[in-house]
Design a protein around this ligand. Structure first.
Ligand code: HAM
Length: 420
């Protein structure tokens, strides 16, 4: 038997209801905050991701699904959505009509990481991006929106962590201080970090190897090296969050796995997902639009790990599942034809009605009705058709009453509507 690829998964009925619910809540929330949906392709030129996420990141170095298409062009399955949305913003010259754009997108991303709980090779993100606003208010708004999303979904035990990663003016000063600190500890760093120390020193702070974690425990923090503008910006983000009553902690160790960030960065963390503590992450990326050939345009955004969110959301698929209101247990060819007409008429009125399309016995049809969780079962045979009346069983009370068949559709619409 052919199995699915390692790190990939099916999302089946029984689980998908939670996904649909999250998507509905997220979509409504984005609309409330004035974000419009955008859909970008799942594949882009490799160069787009390499240049935006950064050549020396784990994602670009080891995790991208990259292949040459039949013409030899290098194509990558998107590991994230931000780069593609920036590409779209630039390509459609969106800044010319209105530089301020707020987008969201929901869809699959691909990273060839080591699969484990909460970490998949195809995973889904709920992503939001805001362009053209330099003000710290948009950072505060996006963090608030993210925290509101978790609140609307009744997700408990999460915390917003915020930090600042400065700007091109203060980054060299911080990097120099960090490299000087790491220089004294080279011998305890892992092989990757020795390399990163020169190629991408910020990544060393994020290394999961215990020796490196220990070594950087008291590394200098960016917050102590921010230039005056970045420090003011960060303070204003905090003020904005305080004014909306959004709780957060300052996390001086927070760095992100992608290189494009400037100033505000944040993650939503939880203790409920084992080693994968980040439910969402994001921040400002003021240099990216320009770096990819667009105008000099500030931008900021976040992505929620949909799979992780689905695991901790406070609602069960069972509670969300829509069950048939009525099951029509038809016996005989004529009754089956009528049942087909009734189920169609009911579906057209928004009422789920099921029937058996084979010639199964009443007993097996009743069993199936029960398994499907139908609220009522109408039992119709040729005699009932002739009499113009058939018994309806209430599957909860087990009560059985006769129903005039001419009124079946209206009666069921009435009952199911009342019970909705
Ligand atoms: P990221 O931190 O790489 O940021 O990913 C965001 C979230 O996606 C993570 O917090 C996590 O919940 C989820 N995630 C990442 N990798 C996996 C995986 N292998 N399996 C399951 N879930 C995963 C970004 O992708 C940025 N583009 C966010 C952003 C938008 N920044 C600015 N705008």
């Amino acid at each position: 038997m052919i199995q699915l690829i390692r790190g990939f998964k099916d999302i089946l009925p029984g689980e998908i209801e939670v996904w649909q619910y999250i998507e509905q809540v997220a979509t409504a929330l984005f609309a409330d905050y004035g974000f419009s949906e955008i859909r970008v392709p799942i594949m882009e030129r490799t160069e787009l991701f390499a240049r935006s996420i950064g050549e020396n990141t784990d994602i670009v170095e080891k995790e991208m699904y990259t292949f040459a298409d039949r013409k030899g062009d290098l194509i990558t399955l998107r590991p994230e959505a931000t780069a593609a949305i920036v590409r779209s913003y630039i390509q459609h010259k969106m800044q010319t009509s209105d530089p301020v754009r707020k987008f969201y997108t929901i869809g699959p991303m691909f990273r060839r990481e080591r699969p484990q709980k909460g970490r998949y090779r195809q995973f889904y993100q709920i992503d939001a991006e805001g362009f053209g606003i330099a003000s710290p208010l948009i950072d505060a708004q996006m963090i608030t929106m993210l925290v509101d999303l978790l609140a609307r979904l009744e997700v408990a035990d999460t915390q917003a962590h915020i930090n600042s990663l400065g700007c091109p003016a203060c980054r060299p000063g911080y990097t120099a201080a960090l490299v000087a600190f790491l220089d004294d500890r080279t011998d305890v760093l892992c092989e990757d970090c020795r390399r990163r120390k020169t190629s991408n020193p910020l990544r060393v702070i994020d290394c999961k190897v215990p020796g490196c974690r220990e070594a950087v425990a008291d590394a200098p923090a960016f917050l102590d090296h921010l230039c005056a503008d970045c420090a003011d910006h960060f303070q204003a983000v905090r003020d904005g969050l305080d004014s909306t009553g959004t709780a957060y902690v300052i996390d001086r160790r927070l760095v992100r796995g992608l290189d494009y960030y400037t100033r505000t960065t944040y993650e939503i963390q939880t203790g409920r997902l084992g080693a994968q503590s980040a439910v969402a992450g994001g921040g400002r990326y003021d240099g990216l639009v320009k770096a990819l050939g667009g105008p000099d345009m500030p931008a900021t955004g976040f992505a929620v790990g949909f799979d992780r969110l689905a695991e901790i959301v406070g609602v069960s698929a069972d509670a969300l599942q829509r069950r048939p209101a009525v099951f029509i247990a038809a016996l005989g060819a004529t009754a089956q034809k009528r049942a087909f007409e009734w189920t169609t008429a009911l579906a057209r009125r928004g009422i789920i009605a099921e029937m058996d399309m084979a010639d199964r016995s009443l007993k097996s049809q009743m069993k199936r009705a029960d398994r499907l969780g139908a609220r009522w079962v109408v039992m119709v045979g040729d005699d009932d058709l002739a009499a113009g009346e058939a018994p309806v069983r209430d599957m909860t009370t087990k009560e059985q009453i006769p129903m005039p068949l001419a009124e079946l559709v209206e009666q069921m619409v009435g009952r199911a509507g009342a019970g909705k």
